[in-house]
Write a protein that binds this ligand. Structure first.
Ligand SMILES: *Cc1c(COP(=O)(O)O)cnc(C)c1O
Length: 366
């Protein structure tokens, strides 16, 4: 027997998550100066983090010999005020990725099934497989969730449905009325995880109140993150909002200190920095217009995006990506999502977007 056979087959057959290439790695590989490289690969905030978050982080450094508050009381109080729901409705995690996995651990017994869309976030199949669950991938419609087909795909043994709104990597958006009728339609003994990692980037006309749905649908779990508009991806902090009984079950499988002290302090401060959030939102709207205009000028098709990234078709995704990397521009190839002809670019600051478009024009020439 070989050593890996100790692990169950469902673990051995997992294909690992492919992250965006780190700047330092590309610098090493290409002999480039890190300062020349622009990374538009992981949907990070190009403005960095909120100055208020930075200040709050410095203030907790003297206390790092102590364990964090395992209940995250202060952050949950702030979230509770923001969302108008009691602290018992919240679960904190080491990034929302952690919260997604915890929800799966709590609600998806081995052998049961989880439903998610084709071209949706890679973590859903990964988390499903890691507990021995069966993934039911529902074909997308025009690169977006097909909610009718997803409702039909729910099987007797289905415990979880995953929805990302907006979706990554396609940027597609499910309007509120469709989501609401989906929630009304789905069996109450099926958990619906609504992943809202990009909700702060939605323009006002697309926004909706998922917190009101948490009160109405006890089987709904909404997840949010501090990795995107709040600019704290490296710190790893996110949360879930759900019925208090659901939150309590997820909290049981959480490791006691999964949200660290620095992250707790920074997240709390970041929530209160409205000026930074507004500026990040506006930078994204302007950059999204700049990039989609530029892609159009290059005669490239792109998918309409409600997030802080755009997915566009180049034909030879691997080749164009290689030629972008040579020029010090990191975007995200999405062949692992079954979209080898497409690339995903994160919206950067004006200068970065311009450099990306120039490099792309060169890369397309082959
Ligand atoms: C980026 C992203 C997340 C957030 O991941 P974190 O673990 O919070 O950094 C969650 N869901 C989707 C769809 C994402 O794109």
């Amino acid at each position: 027997m070989s050593i890996e056979q100790i692990a169950p087959e469902y673990i051995r057959s997992i294909s690992p998550y492919v992250p965006g290439k780190p700047i330092a790695e590309l610098a090493r590989e290409m002999g480039l100066d890190e300062a020349q490289i622009i990374k538009l690969a992981s949907n990070e905030n190009p403005l960095g983090m909120s100055p208020k978050a930075r200040h709050a982080m410095h203030a907790v450094l003297d206390d790092l010999a102590r364990y964090p508050d395992g209940n995250g009381f202060a952050l949950k109080e702030t979230l509770s005020r923001k969302h108008g729901l009691g602290v018992g409705h919240f679960v904190l995690g080491n990034g929302s990725n952690d919260v997604l996995e915890l929800a799966v651990r709590a609600f998806l017994p081995a052998g049961s099934s989880a439903v998610y869309s084709q071209y949706s976030f890679a973590v859903y199949p990964l988390a499903t497989q890691s507990v021995g669950g069966r993934g039911i991938e529902v074909p997308a419609r025009a690169y977006a969730h097909d909610l009718a087909a997803m409702a039909d795909a729910v099987a007797e043994d289905t415990h979880i449905v995953f929805l990302a709104n907006p979706n990554n990597p396609t940027g597609s958006f499910i309007p509120a009325w469709l989501l609401e009728s989906f929630l009304e339609q789905i069996r109450r003994d099926v958990i619906v995880i609504l992943d809202e990692a990009y909700s702060e980037y939605l323009p006002p006309e697309l926004r909706y109140d998922s917190m009101a749905w948490v009160k109405r649908f006890p089987n709904l779990i909404v997840t949010r993150t501090f990795s995107k508009i709040y600019g704290l991806a490296g710190l790893r902090i996110g949360y879930a909002v759900a019925d208090a009984k659901v939150a309590e079950l997820i909290n049981r499988v959480r490791s006691p200190f999964n949200a660290n002290s620095v992250a707790l302090a920074a997240a709390e401060a970041a929530l209160g920095d409205e000026a930074f959030i507004q500026k990040s939102y506006e930078t994204n709207r302007a950059g999204l217009a700049q990039i989609t205009r530029g892609l159009g000028e290059l005669n490239l098709v792109h998918l309409p995006s409600a997030g802080n990234f755009v997915t566009f078709r180049v034909g030879d995704g691997a080749g164009v990506n290689r030629r972008l990397l040579k020029q010090g521009v990191i975007v995200r190839p999405i062949a692992s999502y079954g979209m080898p002809e497409w690339l995903r670019v994160t919206i950067g600051q004006t200068e970065e977007n311009a450099r990306f478009l120039e490099a792309l024009a060169i890369a397309l020439k082959g």
